[in-house]
Write a new protein. Structure first.
Length: 258
């Protein structure tokens, strides 16, 4: 009698980058649209998103069907294990323009000398409040994050400055944690991408104590990815379904850039 065939592993999906606890219903609703669209095209898709665990391991899982990442990790080696599918559209958020986004440079109002929040520049160029930033304590989410660290450091270099502009650097572990550190006085400023700043204003208490003191230059937003092992037919289905799903979400945050 022949041995039964081993069950094929279920593909993995995760959308961790903007999946704040308060908006997980929105993330789940988006996934259901994507999942059902993929299944209608004959692509196996998991019932639910994977949450928790090591995001680096999720990104590198050979069974990864869909996830979202940052260009910082991609340039740090993740690109060897995944394929980029599409770019979201950031136009719904101040600081966004199609597939490009800027990070807001956020300070406490009392440390900014009564200044008003700075609007995102239309030309997408960096607007750095260098005089106010000098000697401040800088909170950042992760040293391989383009939005929270690398982009600002690049803009500083182009302005003739370096990381030594700051008196202290605090690795907070996430954009939300960076904003909390600034709000609570453990740091003086942070850089958060424009969509995370919009989420913080919706959900994080005390954001009225902060203001946007400047903006980083616009850069490509957080792309959707799939495993290096995903075949061309499945990639085409993913791109088609992502484009369809982007027309059905409410807040504009998950629309695809043209």
């Amino acid at each position: 009698m022949s041995e039964p065939l081993a069950a094929l592993p279920m593909p993995l999906a995760a959308l961790p980058m903007y999946d704040w606890p308060e908006c997980r219903d929105e993330t789940d609703a988006l996934w259901r649209v994507i999942r059902d669209g993929l299944r209608a095209r004959g692509v196996a898709a998991p019932d639910a998103l994977t949450r928790g665990g090591d995001v680096q391991a999720i990104w590198r899982d050979p069974d990864l069907l869909l996830a979202q990442t940052c260009w910082g990790p991609l340039e740090a080696g993740l690109a060897n294990d995944v394929q980029v599918l599409a770019q979201p559209d950031y136009s719904a958020f101040e600081g966004g323009a199609g597939p490009l986004y800027s990070s807001a440079i956020v300070m406490r109002r009392d440390a900014a000398g009564g200044a008003m929040s700075v609007r995102s520049p239309e030309d997408g160029m960096a607007r750095l409040p260098l005089d106010r930033m000098r000697g401040m304590r800088f909170a950042f989410n992760d040293p391989v994050s383009r939005s929270g660290y690398l982009g600002l450091i690049q803009d500083l270099r182009e302005a003739g400055e370096g990381i030594d502009l700051f008196s202290q650097c605090l690795e907070a572990g996430g954009h939300r944690q960076s904003l909390q550190a600034v709000r609570d006085g453990r740091a003086d400023l942070c850089a958060v991408d424009c969509r995370s700043w919009a989420l913080a204003q919706r959900f994080e208490p005390g954001m009225d104590l902060l203001l946007v003191a400047g903006w980083t230059a616009r850069r490509p937003g957080l792309p959707y990815i799939t495993s290096l092992a995903t075949d061309a037919q499945t990639r085409a289905a993913l791109r088609a379904v992502l484009a369809e799903a982007s027309c059905k979400v409410n807040d504009g945050g998950d629309r695809l850039a043209p």
